[in-house]
Design a protein around this ligand. Sequence first.
Ligand SMILES: Cc1cc2nc3c(=O)[nH]c(=O)nc-3n(C[C@H](O)[C@H](O)[C@H](O)COP(=O)(O)O)c2cc1C
Length: 163
Amino acid sequence: MTQPPTSFDSAKFRQVLGHFPTGVTVITAAPESGPVGLAVGSFASVSLDPPLVAFFAAKGSSSWPKIETSGAFCVNILAEDQEDVCRRFASKGDDKFAGLGWKPAGSGAPLLDGVVAWIDCDIQSVAEAGDHVCVMGEVCDLDVSHDGAPLLFFRGGYGRFSI
Ligand SMILES: Cc1cc2nc3c(=O)[nH]c(=O)nc-3n(C[C@H](O)[C@H](O)[C@H](O)COP(=O)(O)O)c2cc1C
């Protein structure tokens, strides 16, 4: 039996879901128009065999259509000292890579300097998900860049492990 929906607004939805802590990634790609990227917290490991990962892109994202045309993306897992990189890629703009160090992964998508780890993928499928799309990626290559700690996001703020 389906429950009758309880009424709640988008502020409550955001506030409650913000209690789930995430890491922060930058999803990059290299379409012909030049490198693109956006900050993404909805990244997840999905399947080992075949190796699949996923993230959710907002339908309002200006980078996502360009990522989709490139057919591939690289997941950059940000390190604890990369809050500024996150803020840069959480903004709108054509020049998010200005002054930033990176090299192309096998797909050509930017692999950012200083990230903890990276996962290079081909887009395997794209599914509707409300005001987002669910992007499934088949992993082509991946590695750990250094054994530093990751950047965390919780209740609308940035944090790090205290170990
Ligand atoms: C911590 C954090 C996590 C985010 N997670 C997502 C996400 O999972 N999916 C998404 O579409 N946008 C996410 N965003 C928002 C985008 O980074 C932001 O809207 C950005 O401006 C999009 O850039 P674009 O228009 O160039 O695609 C997140 C932002 C932050 C700060």
